[in-house]
Design a protein around this ligand. Structure first.
Ligand code: SAM
Length: 281
């Protein structure tokens, strides 16, 4: 089954996890990432590096932003579970995310991964070949997140009467505003009070910034343009019934000694702010 361009972006992110894993002092290890990424993932890294994102341009290794994002959400998910009675995790747009296999989860955890079928055809074949064993009760849900996906999730055993931790990493930029609103309304039907949410997003203003022109054009040429951003994630979340905390790479909770650039105050426009967001319901 051929992957759509946006499906293939999951291979690019897996290639970044492979480069991080194979670096001198990795922030995390993902032993499945290289095979999951395949040649396509590494080709995409080269193409996107050549397009010179402001935040990645001077590096030869993994992207500092993508590496920090992975580590930030590894920690945030485990902390959210430790601090609560949550026993369900839902990774929306899971792509090649191998957290079910590489992190140590509570023994009673049910771990759902949602993405399109095309992604799981590749992922399950590679994980099967590697004889990967999940460290929790992992269940996959093939669904399109711009359509009705909640029924499929419940059918796999998701309990909407209990809180859960939801993660949308590297997803929202690829959806239009109506699809994001639809996604949040479906998410809210699934998220019992006490639930936790994590996602990342760029600010909307700078998606039109001349500083990013080359990078954005390249994403468009690959068929996976960034079309959505949020200038004020806290307010956006509040409208949807969530209390959000916004962190930028380079701030104390998202630095890990890896952010090589100045940290720009949240609302200075034209600098391409990237937000790592966690929220509680
Ligand atoms: N979360 C993963 C990670 O960080 O490694 C994957 C991120 S990748 C950049 C984007 C993912 O979003 C792809 O796996 C793609 O299939 C998924 N995606 C995009 N639009 C989707 C949709 N409408 N329904 C389901 N998945 C979607």
């Amino acid at each position: 089954m051929t992957m759509t361009p946006v499906g293939k972006t999951s291979l690019w992110i897996a290639a970044n996890r492979a480069l991080e894993t194979e670096s001198n002092e990795p922030l995390y290890r993902d032993p499945f990432a290289r095979e999951l990424a395949g040649q396509t993932g590494f080709d995409m890294i080269s193409i996107m590096k050549a397009a010179k994102h402001r935040y990645d341009m001077n590096t030869t290794g993994p992207s500092p932003y993508i590496t920090i994002r992975t580590k930030f959400f590894d920690d945030a998910l485990l902390n959210a579970l430790n601090a609560s009675a949550i026993q369900q995790v839902v990774i929306l747009a899971a792509g090649m995310d191998a957290r079910a296999f590489r992190l140590d989860w509570p023994s009673n955890l049910v771990f759902f991964e949602v993405d399109r079928d095309e992604v799981f055809v590749h992922k399950e074949a590679v994980l099967g070949h590697l004889q990967a064993r999940p460290k929790c009760d992992r269940r996959i849900v093939s669904a399109d997140l711009t359509e009705q996906w909640t029924t499929a999730l419940v059918k796999e055993g998701f309990d909407q009467d209990r809180p859960a931790a939801f993660l949308m990493e590297g997803l929202l930029a690829y959806l239009d505003a109506d699809s994001v609103a639809h996604l949040f309304s479906q998410l809210n039907m699934m998220a019992h009070p006490g639930s936790w949410l994590g996602f990342d997003i760029s600010d909307a203003d700078t998606l039109a910034s001349p500083r990013l022109t080359q990078y954005l054009k390249q994403l468009e040429m690959l068929g996976s343009p960034w079309i959505f951003g949020i200038n004020d994630p806290k307010t956006y979340l509040a409208k949807h019934g969530w209390r959000g905390i916004v962190t930028q790479p380079g701030e104390p909770d998202a630095d890990y000694g890896r952010w090589p650039y100045p940290t720009i105050p949240h609302r200075i426009t034209g600098h391409h702010s990237r937000f790592l967001v966690t929220a509680n319901k």
